[in-house]
Design a protein around this ligand. Structure first.
Ligand SMILES: Nc1ncnc2c1ncn2[C@@H]1O[C@H](COP(=O)(O)OP(=O)(O)OP(=O)(O)O)[C@@H](O)[C@H]1O
Length: 282
């Protein structure tokens, strides 16, 4: 085992904007479990947490380490190179480029030939470009996007664009994948498809996922571990069963709807379908 195998450790993380504590002394460690979630009401600090992990936001105080290595002071592209990939709450795609072109952008840190060689299109650059397109083709296939490879992103429905953004994160071959509201704006069929895709990907790759998502059916079906934020503070961290029965979480966010009597028994259609997929893969 490596000296520090913890995939992500957040310690005393604090971010202050003027008088507002977007994050207030938040600490947690993700380790063995593969899919984790951060939940909480609007303004709880979820996006700020993602911004700190990806180097977009410098914390006022505290540390973030991945695999034992501090991420503080690193630029977003340096953090991406360490295997941390992210999707955004609001799509960050190039609408006038094709699906393939958008997803290829995710491969840039895996290319060896530089920009100049690429522009001059020497044989090495051409070979590398072919390899990258093949790699991207495989992920597009996995994501069900292969038939749309040469379509411009702006012509696609919102749910499909969310998938394109996920594909762009997956081609980075990340060890930590941060998904910021990946299911927002999707219908229940699209959510079930995307949940299955995430589960399959996690089963087939050495990757940990941390997601922010408001749909509790999705969270309860996918996450093995949940961190709950409220007004910038961590109010709970545990399994779905623990979190949904936590009085603080019920009061701040969930209400009584997700309370359960039977640990880890999914009550919802999507949770059942994703759990079945997971069991089938075991
Ligand atoms: N750049 C900023 N400047 C000032 N305040 C900010 C900034 N970014 C976030 N905040 C504030 O910090 C708090 C946490 O915001 P954040 O976006 O992290 O919450 P969130 O949990 O992601 O919310 P949502 O679920 O609505 O996306 C909020 O009060 C927000 O208004």
């Amino acid at each position: 085992m490596a000296a520090d195998s913890r995939i992500l450790a957040v310690e005393n993380l604090t971010v202050t904007f003027g008088g507002v504590h977007a994050l207030n002394d938040v600490s947690f460690t993700l380790s063995a479990r593969r899919i984790a979630a951060v939940i909480g009401p609007n303004g709880a600090g979820k996006s700020t947490l993602f911004n700190c992990i990806t180097g977009v936001q410098r914390p006022t105080r505290g540390t973030v380490t991945c695999g034992g290595r501090s991420l503080l002071g690193q630029r977003p592209h340096q953090i991406a190179r360490q295997g941390i990939a992210r999707t955004f709450q609001n799509l960050a795609l190039l609408p006038e480029s094709t699906v393939e072109e958008n997803v290829l952008l995710g491969r840039y840190q895996h290319t060896r030939t530089g920009m100049l060689a690429g522009m001059l299109r020497g044989p090495r650059a051409r070979r590398e470009e072919r390899e990258q397109r093949e790699y991207v083709g495989g992920i597009l296939e996995d994501c069900g996007l292969a038939p749309l490879r040469y379509e411009e992103v702006r012509s696609l429905p919102y749910g499909v664009r969310k998938k394109v953004e996920l594909a762009r994160a997956l081609v980075q071959d990340p060890k930590l994948l941060l998904l910021d509201e990946p299911m927002a704006g999707m219908d229940s069929r699209e959510k079930a498809e995307l949940s299955d895709l995430v589960l399959r990907y996690v089963d087939d790759h050495d990757v940990n996922v941390l997601m922010v998502e408001h749909d509790m059916n999705v969270i309860m079906g996918l996450a093995e571990e949940i961190v709950v934020l409220d007004f910038g503070r961590k109010i709970a961290h545990g399994t779905p069963g623990e979190v949904r029965n936590d009085p603080l979480v019920i009061e701040a966010y969930l209400g009584a709807e997700f309370q359960s009597t039977e640990e880890d028994a999914p009550e919802h259609e999507l949770a059942q379908s994703t759990q079945q997929t997971r069991q089938a893969g075991e």
